[in-house]
Design a protein. Structure first.
Length: 227
């Protein structure tokens, strides 16, 4: 008998096209109903319910009830990170969709990855923070420096509140389109929320794309200059 974890079960669950579409649809951090996910997956409601049951049993998605409705969301950031990495691997190996949509180019510029900013803009933010010693890479880890804490506080981030939570403050996530790291963790989530609150960007209703406003683009480039 082989030693160690058996990846075949998880791989088989993710590898089904309908389940892969369901998981991808949840990558923007939203909670969706079974009916909405059935439409995303291109299957009937009963088939989608069967897929969701399997994904729930494997702790890849979690259900949540609100009134008469049941919603599903990704179980945690670890699942999102695995999916983002698989997207990158698929892109590098040429396993792309035959037909691309009009939002695909915008998704590569800026998109939501579970609950933080990804794409070219996400990588720009991360590289700018690193270049100015606001973040420091320590092997596989990334930490917020003393000057970085001052920057985050000045940006309107309540670090004390973030550090009370169970989520790691700073974490890297390998961007599938840029093939470089962007910022995840509770700080990455808070930065995206703050920029949305300031009107720098808004989420596209029909995809994971994030659309920058002209004012927002100027403000973003000033806060996170390319160095």
């Amino acid at each position: 008998m082989k030693e160690g974890p058996d990846i075949s079960q998880i791989a088989a669950l993710i590898g089904d096209p309908a389940r892969a579409n369901i998981l991808t649809a949840l990558m923007d951090g939203r909670a969706l109903t079974a009916s909405e996910l059935a439409e995303e997956a291109g299957v009937g409601l009963s088939t989608a319910s069967g897929h969701l049951s399997k994904l729930t049993d494997a702790d890849l998605v979690s259900p949540r009830k609100s009134g008469r409705h049941k919603y599903f969301h990704l179980a945690d950031a670890e699942v999102a990170g695995v999916l983002e990495a698989l997207m990158g691997l698929a892109a590098r190996r040429g396993a792309t969709r035959v037909r691309t949509g009009p939002k695909d180019a915008q998704m590569q510029v800026a998109r939501v990855c579970y609950n933080h900013l990804a794409g070219r803009m996400g990588v720009q933010m991360y590289r700018s923070l690193i270049a100015r010693d606001l973040l420091a890479e320590d092997g596989e880890d990334v930490i917020l420096t003393g000057t970085g804490r001052d920057f985050a506080s000045g940006f309107g981030i309540d670090l004390a509140a973030l550090e009370k939570g169970r989520t790691l403050l700073c974490r890297t996530c390998l961007d599938w389109s840029e093939r470089r790291n962007h910022l995840a963790g509770s700080l990455g989530r808070a930065m995206l929320t703050r920029m949305e609150g300031q009107g720098w960007m808004r989420r596209d209703a029909g995809s994971r794309a994030v659309l920058m406003t002209p004012m927002g683009q100027h403000s973003f480039d000033a806060a996170f200059p390319r160095l």
